[in-house]
Design a protein around this ligand. Structure first.
Ligand SMILES: [Zn+2]
Length: 223
């Protein structure tokens, strides 16, 4: 029976490959044994030129982890003795972008970079979190640039009084799966504005000259 299922998966992938490449999620009826009418779902992640080919995820109800709204939370704390505090909530509906909403207090007035870093290991505070989360090994950019780190969420704006409201939508990060899943990694608020890689120097292409971390927290699933 296993062999039958494996052949069915290969056949389905072949169908997808020959269909409209712009489809991201395709539903195919799976007619093998013990299906109970479940759909086979195929999700396609487009290739990155000269780095990797297309990636396909294949799964079936009720194992599809991406078939319900997923929520995650980051509790931000200032690095060291700082009094910066905040919460950022992430919400993703099936196949949709991630809504990012939150509030941070205790920050210096002005713009500050907001990024997701590679690691969520807080044993050394905000200093040991690696670079911006960058699974495609691209250059740093702004949140709507086609060339960016997956972790590049842009800037937040802190008003008089030191608080910042966050309300944004990002179509690149994901709350599940490989290669763009961000849960377990860390959000970092940095000391300086992010220049989105347009600063004209080497550091700009690494982190947008956004300076040192002021506050950080791990992205964790809610329930
Ligand atoms: Zn970056």
């Amino acid at each position: 029976m296993f062999k039958t299922i494996a052949l069915q998966l290969i056949f389905s992938l072949y169908i997808v490959d020959k269909s409209d490449a712009s489809d991201v999620v395709l539903k195919r009826s799976y007619e093998g044994p013990n299906t109970d009418g479940r759909h086979l779902l195929i999700r396609r992640f487009p290739a990155v030129e000269e780095f990797q080919s297309d990636i396909y995820e294949v799964f079936a109800k009720p194992y599809g982890y991406h078939l319900q709204t997923i929520t995650a939370i980051t509790v931000l704390k200032g690095d060291g003795e700082s009094s910066i505090a905040g919460e950022i909530q992430f919400e993703q509906t099936p196949g949709g972008p991630v809504h990012i909403r939150g509030n941070i207090t205790g920050l210096p007035v002005g713009k500050h970079g907001l990024h997701i870093h590679q690691s969520g290991d807080l044993r050394n505070g905000c200093a040991g979190l690696g670079g911006h989360f960058n699974p495609y090994m691209l250059q740093h950019g702004g949140p709507v640039d086609s060339i960016r780190h997956v972790g590049d969420l842009g800037n937040i704006k802190v008003e008089e009084g030191g608080s910042a409201e966050i309300n944004m939508v990002d179509g690149l990060i994901q709350l599940t799966g490989f290669p763009r899943g961000v849960v377990g990694r860390a959000v970092v608020v940095s000391s300086d504005p992010d220049d989105y890689g347009r600063g004209g120097d080497a550091q700009s292409l690494l982190d947008g000259n956004s300076g040192k971390p002021l506050a950080c927290g791990v992205i964790a699933y809610i329930r």
